[in-house]
Design a binder for this molecule. Structure first.
Ligand SMILES: *Cc1c(COP(=O)(O)O)cnc(C)c1O
Ligand SMILES: [Zn+2]
Length: 420
C-alpha cells in the first residue's frame, strides 16, 4: 500500500481519508473509493509576481507560454513537463453581446467561449494535461466514456501524442458531428447499448483490466487542466473577479475544477475575493440540483433525460468534490427546462455567438437567477459556453431555420427574398 506523502512529496491525495499516492499512480481512486485530488504546492511567488509572470507569457513564443493552459502551469501541476502534448489550446475569448445580455436581464454579462478550443469544447484544457501525463507514464493506450466531446478531444490528443485510443459512447445518443471527430482522428469507437453512466462504469473497469490510461474527468489531471478556464478568465479581467460564474453542470468535473481554481487563485493572492459559482443543470438530469435544494443530501442518481446531450448524466462522478466547490465559493445549483435551454440557444446563435445546447443552459440559468433576483441588479456575470455550435448544428432550435431557399439563379429571385 502506498505510504502517505511527507510534506515534501507532492502527489495525489484522497480528500476523504487523507491517504497519499505517488503522482504517477494511474488509478484515479483511493482504496476507499473516493476520487483523488492532485495537490500542487503553493507557488513561492507573490500574487503580484505571478500576475506579471503570466502577463509576460502573453508575448512568449514557446508552446507552453502560448497555451492558455500551460501559461498558468505553476498552478496546474506539481511537475512541469518539458514538452506538453498541446496544440495549443485555451485562449478563448470573453465575448460581450448586448443581445444576449438583454435577454438575460443583466447588463454586465460576458461569455467565455470554450467552444473555440481546438476540438470545439473545453474538454481540450483537461486533455492536454491528462494526455501529457499519459505520455510521461508511458501509457500503452488511453480510453474514456463520453457523451461526445471528451471522445473527440481524447481522439485528437491521442493522435497528436501517437497513442491508440478507445472511446465508449452511449449508442444512438451522441451527435453525428461529435462521432465524426473521434472517427476522423482515428479513435476506436464503441457504442454501448446503455446510457453514459453505464459507459463510465464499464470503462473504469476496462482501463484497470487492460492497462489503459483513463481520461475521463475522474482523472485528477483533467480537473487540473480545466482550472485554467478560471485562471484565464480572471487574467482577461485583469484579476478583477466577477460577482458570478455561471456554467452547465453534468458529470461535475468543471464544478470541481472551478471551485479549486478560485480557492487557489485567492490563496495565491491573484484575486482579493472569490466569485460565486452557479452550476446549472437540465431539469431532466439534475441530481446535483436536487441534493443542493435539500441542503446537500447524499447523491440520488436519476435516469437522465434532456435535449442537452453533453449534460445528460444521471450519476455524476465528481459529486462529492463538486459539493465542496459550491460550499467553498458560497455558490448554488439551479435548473432550467429543455424549453429554456433551446430558447437560450436560439438567442446565443442569433447573436452570432453560437453554442451547443448544453452550453446554452448557462445562459438560461443567468436569466432564471436574474428573474429570481438571486443575481442582483448591477452584478457582473461570466457565463461559460462549453461547446461550439457545430457540435450539433441540427439541434431542434435551429433545424427549423436551416433550410436554404433554392433558386435558379435570377436576380429577381434574390429580390423577392429580400422583400420578404
Ligand atoms: C462535458 C460538457 C459539459 C459538462 O461538464 P461536466 O464537467 O461534466 O459537468 C457541459 N457542456 C459541454 C459542451 C460539455 O462537453
Ligand atoms: Zn480515501
Amino acid at each position: 500500500m502506498p505510504a502517505p506523502p511527507t510534506s515534501s512529496v507532492v502527489g495525489l491525495v484522497c480528500p476523504a481519508c487523507g491517504v497519499g499516492y505517488r503522482e504517477s499512480a494511474t488509478n484515479p481512486r483511493c482504496r476507499c473509493g473516493s476520487l483523488l485530488d492532485l495537490e500542487v504546492p503553493p507557488p513561492s511567488l507573490t500574487g503580484a509576481e505571478l500576475r506579471s509572470r503570466f502577463e509576460a507569457r502573453l508575448t512568449g513564443r514557446d508552446i507552453a507560454d502560448v497555451s492558455g493552459v500551460w501559461r498558468y502551469r505553476e498552478l496546474v501541476v506539481p511537475q512541469i513537463p518539458d514538452s506538453p502534448i498541446s496544440y495549443p489550446e485555451g485562449n478563448t475569448p470573453l465575448i460581450a453581446s448586448d443581445a444576449i445580455a438583454r435577454w438575460t436581464g443583466t447588463d454586465r454579462l460576458a461569455l467565455k467561449h470554450e467552444g473555440q478550443n481546438p476540438t470545439g469544447s473545453f474538454k481540450d484544457r483537461g486533455m492536454t494535461v491528462g494526455m501529457t501525463q499519459a505520455v510521461r507514464l508511458g501509457a500503452r493506450g488511453v480510453t474514456c466514456a463520453s457523451t461526445g466531446n471528451t471522445a473527440a478531444s481524447l481522439a485528437a490528443y491521442a493522435a497528436h501524442a501517437g497513442l491508440p485510443a478507445l472511446v465508449l459512447v452511449p449508442a444512438g445518443r451522441v451527435t453525428p458531428e461529435k462521432l465524426a471527430q473521434s472517427a476522423a482522428y482515428g479513435a476506436q469507437t464503441v457504442a454501448l447499448r446503455g446510457d453514459f453512466d453505464r459507459c463510465l462504469e464499464l470503462v473504469e473497469q476496462a482501463a484497470d483490466r487492460f492497462g489503459l490510461y483513463l481520461l475521463n474527468s475522474v482523472n485528477p489531471y483533467r480537473i487540473a487542466g480545466q482550472q485554467t478556464i478560471i485562471f484565464e478568465l480572471l487574467h482577461q479581467r485583469r484579476w478583477d473577479p466577477p460577482d458570478w460564474i455561471v456554467f452547465p453542470a453534468g458529470n461535475l468535473g468543471n464544478t470541481t475544477a472551478f471551485g479549486r481554481a478560485l480557492v487557489a487563485s485567492h490563496r495565491a493572492g491573484l484575486i482579493s475575493r472569490i466569485p460565486r459559482l452557479a452550476a446549472v443543470q437540465a431539469e431532466g438530469a439534475a441530481p446535483f440540483a436536487h441534493s443542493y435544494a435539500a441542503g446537500f443530501t447524499p447523491l440520488e442518481p436519476v435516469v437522465a433525460d434532456t435535449v442537452a446531450s453533453a449534460i445528460r448524466i444521471g450519476n455524476p462522478a465528481s459529486f462529492d468534490r463538486a459539493v465542496r466547490a459550491i460550499r467553498a465559493t458560497n455558490g448554488l445549483v439551479t435548473t432550467v427546462t429543455d424549453r429554456e435551454i433551446l430558447e437560450a440557444k436560439a438567442v446565443v446563435d442569433r447573436a452570432g455567438v453560437g453554442c451547443e445546447a448544453a452550453s446554452a443552459a448557462a445562459v438560461a440559468g443567468v436569466r432564471r437567477l436574474r428573474r429570481e433576483s438571486v443575481i442582483g441588479d448591477g452584478d457582473s456575470v461570466v457565463a461559460v459556453l462549453t461547446g461550439h455550435l457545430l457540435k450539433e448544428p441540427l439541434a431542434a432550435a435551429t433545424a427549423r431555420d436551416s433550410r436554404a431557399v433554392e433558386i435558379d439563379g435570377r436576380l429577381d429571385e434574390i429580390e423577392a427574398i429580400l422583400d420578404r
